[in-house]
Write a protein that binds this ligand. Structure first.
Ligand code: ACM
Ligand code: ZN
Length: 765
């Protein structure tokens, strides 16, 4: 039932051999033109260009660095050493022409004939993008880091004229909830640049971790970058200033601007854990151990807070070449400010009528400092509340409204609304996907987003400068896990940011994604592959006959086995409902055109007889016991000092001394629930453990959050009463306290898809 991303990355590593630079297999994904983002204008011509060991790569001075980059890249996969000479034929020619007729410095033209490839950029960045387009005309294996020799490096003859719809095409990565290191970030930048993404927004500070070295305030790293989670585990990580410079230089070589985010005035608890004197109460604090919004924020009344933040910014800003600094500004509760004498004095002194205006005072004061250093701020859309100068750029995340309001008020706007561009949501059925923050955001939905609200006039619309996909990492527990959420959805963001709306076509995009997958394999990217969906559980009980039907979000073929072996290209294709009359184990996976499979679903088909109902007399209420303290697992719980049993009416925790997760306890509820008919029931809970008729039906994780009734099981039950034992473990697992989910369990009756909360049914003991 566990949906580990780690096991997926292992299967990716194995199949990579076949998919990227592998054996002599058909490569249908290389058919046609597979450019992402699709160009503004592309015309097919007669013939094709063949890249050979004799091919030359010539560049004018302005394109030399770009030529070096692509010569190195193409030599890895082809094994050729591209002679850097001008020639009349068998040559790839790179030029900058500042007078090129394209409306953006990032624009380029590309002419591929059977003799010559000419890439002309309006700037070196344009040449870079022209070459990325040329590489996408070649077989996907051109991205391989190892020589592929059983392939013709052939690109169809075309002419292309291309330039971006928007100047800002970004991705944000949160390294504070779960840290990912320098190598991971470089890898993402390398791949994002292939798809003409030109901004990397680096969310460096939050309540859960401070991740950038500041020499003047060493405690920010010593204390702020080490989080002690409630279960005693430690999560830590930071970037030295040398590493930051290294990443910025690496990104700049790929024409990616790195934008640091230093969050203020809220989402600041990691900093305040190190320097509590800059809060309203003075602390002391520990990093926030759960996800969500923290009430303790920077004090707006204390001049020393501003001095602290300005000193930090004075160190941060010279590390970056971007003109932008992101200052956060989202989700700042005002409860501490309302009670703080210093904050109240500030409001009086400055004539501020509300704490919203106090937030605006805070942001403006920081903005002034950043402007004095020659940079401009970006803030989340809440910075509009209480007013902000038009020079601030608004990042519209809560919806389109902030962006619309911002554009009308003369702000530049970057659209990153959660409903389309938060790449931390489920990409398929939560029942088969790894735990995520929630929501349902398929590739198609992300692709369908248009950043230009129809309500804006053309003049206001000029303020929409681009789009960004955001990757918050609360539920991305393992290092590398964000890749599964980023790809392929970020490719949809890339196309939305670059291609004219009139050129977008989702079904053609899907076809091009199939080619891009192989490019991603070459970079060892652990992208999402649609999973076989349908059965709710990986244990499917039945009493007579079981029928299992599968779909996947891309309508890819699926392959399966019944002999315990792993399904692959040669396994039977799933055609229609599978029927089982005996115990069996099904392994089923989605099959990509490259021959790679998704993570395999192993489903046990289990013939059961009905678990008999309890016939003895019972009384109303259920029996509860409690043990205060923290219990990480069942072994520890068995040794706990339990209270005497007590009869309570339901699972609520009103009888518990302190239901707050900071004072942990574990409660066990035992009793009888009643089911209305004979048959197979689907059973689920987000609580820690559930036994039915003595069988462990749900065993949730010690380490990751359990939400969204993610784990389900099935069991054949006779009509009537059945015993249960529900364990509510009031502690934090993976940033989510069990008590944030309802203490109960649910069933789905045979033939129904409706969940019944047992709290609403008769309970007895
Ligand atoms: C945000 O998602 N709180 C910007
Ligand atoms: Zn204060």
């Amino acid at each position: 039932m566990k949906k580990s991303i780690l096991s997926l990355s292992l299967s990716v590593a194995v199949s990579l051999l076949a998919a990227c630079g592998g054996d002599k297999v058909a490569r249908p994904y290389n058919d046609g033109v597979n450019i992402i983002p699709t160009p503004v204008e592309i015309t097919s011509e007669e013939g094709s260009f063949l890249l050979k060991s004799s091919t030359r790569l010539s560049a004018d001075r302005a394109s030399e660095v770009v030529a070096d980059y692509f010569a190195a890249k193409m030599s890895h996969s082809t094994g050729y050493n591209f002679d850097r000479k001008e020639a009349a034929s068998d040559v790839i020619r790179l030029l900058v022409d500042t007078t090129l007729d394209v409306p953006s410095q990032e624009g380029y033209t590309l002419a591929v004939t059977s003799d010559v490839v000419t890439v002309t950029g309006k700037s070196a960045q344009g040449v870079f993008y022209g070459m990325q387009t040329f590489l996408q005309l070649l077989p996907a294996e051109i991205e391989s880091s190892e020589v592929v020799d059983d392939i013709e490096w052939e690109a169809p003859a075309v002419t292309v004229r291309d330039y971006p719809r928007f100047p800002y095409r970004g991705m944000m990565l949160d390294v504070t909830r779960h840290y990912n290191d320098v190598e991971f970030i470089k890898k993402q930048i390398e791949v994002l640049a292939m798809f003409k993404i030109n901004r990397f927004h680096w969310h460096l500070t939050d309540d859960q971790l401070w991740t950038i070295e500041i020499n003047r305030y060493p405690e920010l790293v010593r204390v702020g970058s080490v989080r002690h989670d409630q279960d005693g585990s430690v999560h830590s990580g930071h970037f030295t200033q040398a590493q930051v410079r290294e990443i910025v230089a690496y990104a700049n070589e790929r024409f990616v601007d790195v934008i640091p985010e230093i969050e203020l005035p809220g989402h600041a608890l990691a900093a305040l854990s190190a320097y509590p004197q800059y809060s309203c109460t003075g602390g002391p604090f520990k990093h926030r151990q759960v996800w969500g919004v923290e009430p303790d924020v920077f004090c707006a009344g204390n001049d020393a807070t501003f001095e602290f933040l300005e000193n930090i910014l004075d160190e941060v800003i010279p590390l970056f070449t971007s003109k932008y600094v992101h200052i956060g500004g989202d989700e700042c509760p005002k409860s501490r400010w309302e009670k703080c004498p210093k904050c109240r004095a500030r409001m009086r002194a400055e004539g501020l009528k509300s704490t919203a205006e106090l937030q605006s005072y805070f942001v403006r004061r920081i903005e002034k400092h950043i402007n004095s250093l020659g940079k401009q701020i970006i803030g989340w859309d809440e910075i509009l509340e209480g007013g902000i100068d038009p020079s601030a750029t608004i990042m519209s995340w809560q919806g389109l409204e902030g962006g619309i309001q911002g554009a009308r008020a003369g702000h530049d706007v970057i659209m990153s609304p959660g409903a389309w561009l938060y790449l931390d949501k489920y990409q398929g059925d939560p029942e088969v996907e790894p735990m995520s923050i929630g929501g349902y955001l398929t590739l198609e939905k992300t692709y369908g987003f248009d950043p230009m609200p129809e309500v804006l006039t053309p003049e206001e619309g000029k303020h929409i400068i681009g789009v960004q996909g955001n990757v918050w990492t609360e539920y991305m527990y393992e290092p590398g896990a964000p890749e599964y959420f980023i790809y392929p959805r970020i490719l949809a963001v890339a196309e939305t940011g670059w291609s004219p709306a009139s050129r977008k076509d989702y079904s053609d995009f899907e076809r091009r994604v199939d080619n891009a997958y192989v490019r991603l394999d070459c970079h060892d990217i652990n992208y999402h592959v649609p999973m076989p969906e349908g059965p709710r559980s990986d244990y499917m009980a039945f009493t007579d006959t079981l029928r299992l039907a599968f779909t996947n979000t891309r309508n890819y073929p699926m392959v399966y086995t019944l002999d315990g072996t792993e399904p692959g290209v040669g396994s039977p294709r799933y055609v229609d409902t599978l029927r089982f009359v005996d115990n069996d184990t099904l392994k089923i996976a989605t099959l990509l055109p490259s021959g790679k499979t998704s993570r395999v679903r192993t489903i046990v088909a289990a013939k059961e007889s009905l678990s008999p109902a309890v016939t003895s007399q019972s009384r109303r209420g259920i029996v509860s016991r409690i043990a205060y303290g923290m219990y990480l697992d069942s072994v520890a719980m068995a040794k706990a000092k339990w209270s005497a049993p007590k009869v309570v009416s339901t699972f609520d925790t009103k009888w518990v001394e302190s239901p707050h997760y900071k004072e942990p306890w574990v409660a066990v509820y035992e009793g009888l629930f009643e089911v209305p008919q004979d048959g197979v029931y689907t059973i689920t809970t987000d609580q820690y453990l559930l036994y039915v008729d003595g069988r462990p039906v749900i065993v949730n994780s010690d380490k990751i959050a359990t939400r969204h009734l993610h784990n389900k099981n099935t069991m054949a039950l006779e009509k009537g009463k059945h015993s249960f034992k529900l364990v509510v473990n009031n502690r934090v697992a993976g940033g989510w306290p069990y008590t944030w989910s309802k203490a109960t369990f649910y069933y789905m009756a045979p033939g129904s898809s409706k969940l019944v909360d047992v709290c609403n049914t008769p309970l007895s003991h």
